[in-house]
Write a protein that binds this ligand. Structure first.
Ligand SMILES: Nc1ncnc2c1ncn2[C@@H]1O[C@H](COP(=O)(O)OP(=O)(O)O)[C@@H](O)[C@H]1O
Ligand SMILES: [Mg+2]
Length: 384
């Protein structure tokens, strides 16, 4: 086909060409619930995907502030649209920053602005949903690559939570025939993937990762996080509040399950505010985060195992200490770097892998992890 004498590529031709590549290069783009940065990974696909480049581009403070307002339901459709477009441009720029060696596909998670995995009554009907912004058409146009975006809705439409989607990628990246492993991501929320040496992967969100800590740090200092856990390090755990937090109904809910800022973000921080000094509240939040992670970890372990920890939370030393002191016997805590993947890169790498599966029309959700009724092909494909 041609328009004004210029050939227009057909999506089917582009996909056929992509599928013929033995080791295609895929850019994975991610901005997590923390909305701190756009992470871009260039991954060479193969039996074990290989990370070629990784860069993290902090979001401008003004953009974070506006996103925060949208998260809190204070954004007009026009504001959301402008952010959607702007993030499309910023995601495209992040992709280009790792594309110098050449890339064959871009896979963008986008920025989640709302995630409602549980059915809610709305206008007399039951609704659920998930919404990620960062216009894919802009990314495809600027990068000149086939682009996959909107990974989560297909799983939700099949009855799943739309999250976590990383387990399929985790199995490819981390499976070890000699040791049971657990991949733990400390992003805004914390999620784990159980990767037994033999057997099926399982996964769930365990509760907050950094979200509660960030929200408290914001109230205490006006800064987006407690750098290194410095404030929390000067505080004491408040046992009464910790016990109260551990009684949160999310913790006892059976998997599959996923959670978000709605449950463990600013609203919860606001309820805790004033019940102790900021240092003690931060220390207690770190203890709660670690304890809720370990509560879930223990549901999977069956002896010796390794926990591979990634995500921005590894930079919070107090959180890492609180995790270490709760480690079950025979379990080692390793940073993802120790198995060859930068701690911050894992989610961007995971979406590169998921995009590759989508380009092959292969399902990549793990129904046991998300609760979907069947495996589904994830995402929407856009032609440059
Ligand atoms: N130096 C640091 N000290 C304390 N916390 C940090 C530091 N660096 C990153 N973090 C935490 O990690 C979060 C970002 O982690 P990330 O894995 O990118 O999460 P998400 O996937 O939600 O974007 C930040 O919001 C912050 O809470
Ligand atoms: Mg992030």
């Amino acid at each position: 086909m041609s328009v004004a004498g210029r050939p227009v590529p057909l999506m089917s031709d582009l996909l056929t060409r992509y599928r013929a590549l033995e080791t295609p290069r895929v850019v994975g783009l991610m901005s997590g619930t923390s909305a701190d940065a756009i992470d871009a990974a260039l991954v060479e696909m193969g039996p074990r995907p290989r990370l070629l480049d990784f860069r993290s581009h902090p979001l401008p403070a003004e953009v974070r502030r506006r996103l925060q307002e949208v998260f809190e339901d204070r954004g007009s459709p026009r504001e959301i649209l402008r952010l959607h477009w702007l993030l499309g441009e910023l995601f495209a720029r992040a992709a280009l920053s790792v594309m110098e060696p050449g890339a064959d596909l871009v896979a963008s998670h986008g920025q989640t602005i709302a995630h409602l995995p549980q059915a809610e009554d709305f206008c007399g009907e039951s609704v659920r949903g998930t919404l990620q912004i960062g216009e894919g058409a802009v990314i495809a146009r600027r990068t000149g690559c086939l682009t996959v975006c909107d990974f989560r809705p297909a799983d939700l439409a099949a009855g799943g939570q739309g999250a976590p989607l990383v387990p399929h990628a985790d199995a490819l990246l981390f499976r070890d025939p000699h040791v049971d492993r657990l991949a733990l991501n400390l992003g805004g929320m914390a999620n784990l993937t159980w990767i037994p040496s033999h057997g099926e992967v399982e996964a769930c969100d365990t509760g907050p990762g950094n979200a509660l800590l960030d929200a408290l740090a914001w109230r205490a200092t006006g800064r987006p996080c407690d750098e290194g856990g410095g404030l929390a390090a000067r505080g004491q755990v408040l046992p009464e509040i910790l016990a109260e937090l551990m009684a949160h109904p999310y913790l006892s809910r059976p998997a599959p399950k996923s959670t978000g800022r709605e449950e463990f973000g600013r609203a919860l921080a606001d309820r805790l505010w004033g019940r102790g000094n900021p240092e003690d509240l931060l220390r207690t939040a770190a203890a709660f985060t670690a304890a809720s992670v370990m509560l879930h970890v223990q549901r999977y372990l069956r002896g010796e195992a390794q926990i591979l920890v990634g995500g921005g939370g590894v930079e919070n030393l107090v959180l890492m200490v609180e995790l270490s002191r709760r480690l079950p016997e025979g379990v080692r805590l390793l940073r993802m770097e120790e198995v060859g993947l930068p701690a911050q890169a894992r989610e961007a790498v995971a979406f590169a892998i998921l995009g590759h599966e989508t380009a092959h029309f292969r399902p990549a959700n793990v129904p046991r992890a998300t609760g979907a009724s069947c495996p589904v092909v994830l995402g929407r494909i856009l032609v440059p």
